[in-house]
Design a protein around this ligand. Sequence first.
Ligand code: DOR
Ligand code: ZN
Length: 441
Amino acid sequence: MIILDSGRVIDPANRIDGTRTVLIDGDHVREVREQAATPAEKLVHQVIDCRNRWVLPGLVDLHVHLREPGEEGKETIATGAHAAAAGGVTTLVAMPNTRPVCDSAAVARFVAARGREAGFARVVPAGAITRGSLGEQLADMAELKEAGCVCVTDDGRPVMSAGVMRRALEYASDLGLPVMVHAEDLTLSSGGAMNEGPVATRLGLPGVPAAAEVTMVQRDLLLAEMFGARLHVAHVSAAGSVRAIREAKERGVRVTAEATPHHLVLTDDAVAGGTPGSTGQPAAEPYDTHAKMSPPLRSESDRKAVVAALADGTIDAIATDHAPHGPLDKQVEFVQAANGVIGLETALALTLGLVRAGELPLTRALERLTAGPARCFALPYGTLTAGAPADVIVVDADREWKVDPQRFHSKSRNSPFTGWTLRGKVTKTFVAGKLVHEEGK
Ligand code: DOR
Ligand code: ZN
């Protein structure tokens, strides 16, 4: 047995926040108890002193782009999973916009097998909604489910045809698969490079209006309501989307949603080189392509609405949208640059920053990183309940560290938080009772 002795255990699923000792027996949690490790236990078991540490369920990240197969120069399943372990993420859902797209059992099985081989985290594949994610013909979702996919999504692009979306929702609903949507009306967004608004005007960059997201969220909520499917809205960025999801939930529509740490912490001002006033973090360069992603960073009132939605449960999960890109895609003119930022190794510390700033209560924030996302896709992770898989992290919550992507385990360096001083570092990560990452090693 491994005994994590006398840490501050926070397990939101079981409403635990206090000094506890966690017993890991093989691949599962045996018990979380108040009594510290006994002298007898110290003789026979591996006892890890967790005083002055937090002990949490491993994080569950519903939205991660690994670039394998196809773009292994940006990330492989192994490097992405290693970055996950370093960031405390023990389960990740791998997005299907690889080359080839994960629209067949062959690719889904390959991703899952490579994940198991790497061993750093549970790598769970997401399948495509449509073949090649082209938005035209439905993928064979039954086959994808059989191969282990926990949801379907064409993430990176929307399903523009409402008719195709309707059929997709019906098909997925028969299979009990949630449909994750990248809500973006391309007729409103195309040509845009950042959020439409005063900052874009000042910088002379073409804008993507919030309406590009909100109209598609509205459409998909309506279709999900009428055709009874489970909808999951990816990377919510706009206040209007929050309002629509909140109202739909009140009506009983089966919808869940996620937000990314970058949309929780940054605004479109970051494209002009600014950071929110209170963070005290270094400013970036204007036109920094590390502030470019899809959906784009929005206004301060959008950011506040997304944070509030996370606090009140309208948004269920924090998901990174970890999107590795190399210099060829990022060290170019802003309009030409690829969308996306990496996030696995900064998500926890950025979330704790929001807690310290008084924007989110601690247990709520941790719930949205663990049990909340697990609930969205009915995954058996994100909790320390006795008998649950032993995915556990040990965190030094006070440790200050400077973000230096050169030291990341990810193959890519495209973080908008380079140079920021964050607090909170994962010191140990266990997956199925196995130590997969140790700080400084
Ligand atoms: O910023 C993004 N990057 N948004 C997406 O939807 C896709 C992702 C990617 O694959 O790079
Ligand atoms: Zn997306």
